[in-house]
Design a protein around this ligand. Structure first.
Ligand code: UFG
Length: 329
């Protein structure tokens, strides 16, 4: 396959690029490098530094590279920032994405895999969450991802676009080459490991949730397992019926860990106690988010293979030790 990966210099995108190159596919990365890192793009993939919003340039790239399918990872993805600056999220996640679809149609490319999120479900009252659960996002980040899923559905019906939206739960871990480096970093595991290194203080956001230990439960999924699912989903877009349409698939392990369980597992990985304080709840955090992953198993033939906390946190820790200054080092 000849694949265009938007956002291929970001955390999830870069590990997926590694996987595609390894499987022998021709990979072109389109990334503005606003949040991505050129050094994250695997050898063997071509990096084009441009914005998705340059519609004509994107169309030309799709044609020149004779692209068969697109993996669309490029997006803004910070929940708090999306509340403060929804305009940015609508411009990039919705308008930018629709511009990509229009460029694809003009260039005759009709297969796309989209990085969606569990945030499309909002704060569901029951877990595990099946794909048929109501979509009710509680922030602009989730809302813009839902909006783009809607575009995929209607473009499928009208123009024969074949798409798979992968709804990620909590992505964690690292490959040997690429790991998580966000600015600012809001995610639990990188914050716990930064605290272990004495680089920041750690706060547990709320210990009064209706869960066994009072802290929030999340479904963590190794970024390399996610990369495997991307490859399977790209292959699926080549198989689904010619009439087109959207398939949404949760990507999670089907079970969850609490914030305190993550901290305890990280202490075992780093071999020392990690200081942490208890703070109030973070606004907008649902008590528990756990995926039902039956559809991913059935449709993609995918099961998470690196799903234990020691594997996920251990790989993130090894990446940090190998890259003490991150991509700058
Ligand atoms: N947490 C802390 N301290 C921290 C960071 C996080 O206690 O320093 C807690 C959070 O309150 C939450 C859990 O750890 O209970 C996980 O938080 P993350 O920020 O790592 O992840 P989220 O579950 O908030 O977010 C994930 C994805 C988002 C997506 C969201 C869907 O990273 O992109 O799920 O709800 F929008």
């Amino acid at each position: 396959m000849r694949v265009l990966v938007t956002g291929g210099a970001g955390y999830v995108g870069s590990v997926s690029v590694e996987r595609l190159v390894q499987a022998g596919h021709h990979v072109v990365v389109l990334d503005s490098l606003v949040t991505g890192h050129a050094a994250a793009v695997a050898e063997g993939a071509r990096l084009v530094t441009d914005s998705l919003r340059e519609r004509e340039a994107v169309e030309r790239l799709l044609r020149d590279e004779r692209i068969d399918a697109v993996l669309h990872c490029a997006a803004r993805s910070l929940v708090g920032q999306s509340v403060a600056e929804p305009a940015l999220y609508y411009a990039e996640n919705v308008a930018g994405g629709v511009g990509l679809l229009d460029a694809m149609l003009a260039a005759g490319v009709r297969r796309i895999v989209f990085s969606s999120t569990a945030a499309v479900y909002g704060a569901p009252d029951r877990v595990p969450i099946p794909e048929a659960a109501p979509l009710d996002p509680i922030n602009p980040y989730g809302e813009t991802k839902r909006a783009f899923e809607g575009a995929l559905r209607w473009y499928g019906a009208a123009y024969g676009l074949r798409s798979v939206a992968l709804r990620y739960f909590n992505v964690a871990g690292a490959s040997a080459l690429n790991g998580e480096q966000h600015e600012p970093e809001t995610h639990l595991i990188p914050n716990v490991l930064a605290a272990a290194l004495g680089r920041r203080s750690l706060t547990v956001f709320g210990t009064d949730y209706p869960t066994p230990d009072g802290t929030c439960i999340r479904d963590y999924i190794h970024v390399e397992d996610l990369a495997d699912a991307h490859l399977a989903a790209l292959e699926l877009t080549g198989r689904v019926d010619a009439a087109g349409g959207l398939t949404a698939c949760n990507l999670g392990s089907g079970s969850g860990f609490s914030v305190l369980e993550v901290i305890r597992a990280a202490e075992a990985v780093v071999g020392r106690a990690i200081p942490c304080a208890v703070g109030p709840r973070r606004p907008g955090d649902p008590p528990a988010l756990v995926a039902s992953n039956e559809r991913a198993r059935d449709l993609l033939g995918w099961t998470p293979r690196r799903g234990t906390l020691p594997e996920m946190i251990g790989s993130a820790w090894r990446w940090l030790e190998a890259h003490p200054e991150g991509y700058a080092g």
